[in-house]
Design a protein around this ligand. Structure first.
Ligand code: SAM
Length: 234
């Protein structure tokens, strides 16, 4: 079933269970934040693409007291949750409701964007849209600006799917959680992704597209099918 971001109940469920099925999220967010804290320059604005319910913004404001964020998200339900979560920080952020597939009409405030982030959002876009978005991010960033991208990757190697399953079963043991993909065949998993209309790309595709868009790019952290990329405007 497609992720129903516009549905209030779906949005609330996702928000309440953001770490479920993805035990690596906490560590990768912590790494992203560690880089962000050291890279952020006072007075600049952080752009968050697919900002969702404001979980990442709350972490940013907790660690960088003067940071300002512009978030973009297409879901009114997620944006409502973000406003609830970020009460008290109203003068530090703004969330623009917009579809990232429609970049030509995305009207960002004139600001100096030193850092762009995106967390678990871009796999919702087609490969072509992801490539266009990388170019948009490069054009939006100031010289030498940084793009931190955290997202899921495609497990597009059927011959290795059993290894991913082993990794997820290990995560189930270590983190005492349940990961549905740990009991699926490759075909069942591929069918589920297709029904959700998710389009995760491979590690290599991300790096190639980021470099084609004009970034120096590296993968900072990889655990199974979850990766954190850092890309510097070249
Ligand atoms: C898994 S949530 C992640 C939210 C947030 N980045 C976080 O990690 O806590 C994915 C978010 O991407 C947003 N999203 C999905 N497709 C989108 C699109 N085409 N344009 C804008 N936002 C989109 C959804 O509304 C949702 O808020």
């Amino acid at each position: 079933m497609v992720d129903e971001w516009s549905d209030e109940a779906f949005a609330r469920r996702w928000d309440a269970a953001a770490l479920e099925e993805n035990p690596v999220r906490a560590e990768q967010l912590d790494i992203l934040l560690s880089v962000l804290v050291e890279e952020y320059r006072s007075g600049e604005v952080i752009l968050d693409l697919g900002a969702g319910s404001g979980i990442v913004e709350e972490m940013i404001f907790g660690q960088i007291p003067k940071a300002r964020v512009i978030g973009v998200d297409s879901s009114a339900a997620m944006i409502r949750l973000a406003h609830d979560r970020l009460r008290g920080y109203e003068n530090r952020y703004r969330i623009i409701r917009h579809d990232l597939e429609e970049l030509a009409t995305l009207d960002l405030p004139e600001d100096e964007y030193g850092i762009v982030i995106s967390v678990q959002a871009l796999h919702h876009l087609s490969d072509d849209r992801k490539k266009r978005l990388f170019v948009f991010v490069r054009e939006t960033l100031r010289e030498n600006g940084l793009f931190l991208l955290l997202d899921r990757l495609a497990e597009n190697t059927p011959a290795l799917y059993s290894c991913y399953r082993s990794l997820w079963r290990r995560q189930e043991r270590v983190y005492r959680i349940r990961i549905s993909a740990a009991r699926e065949t490759y075909e069942e998993h591929a069918e589920k992704l297709s029904a959700k209309q998710d389009h995760p790309a491979s590690l290599k595709q991300h790096l190639v597209w980021l470099r084609e868009a004009g970034f120096d790019a590296a993968c900072l952290h990889l655990h199974g099918n979850r990766a954190l990329f850092a890309a510097r405007k070249a």
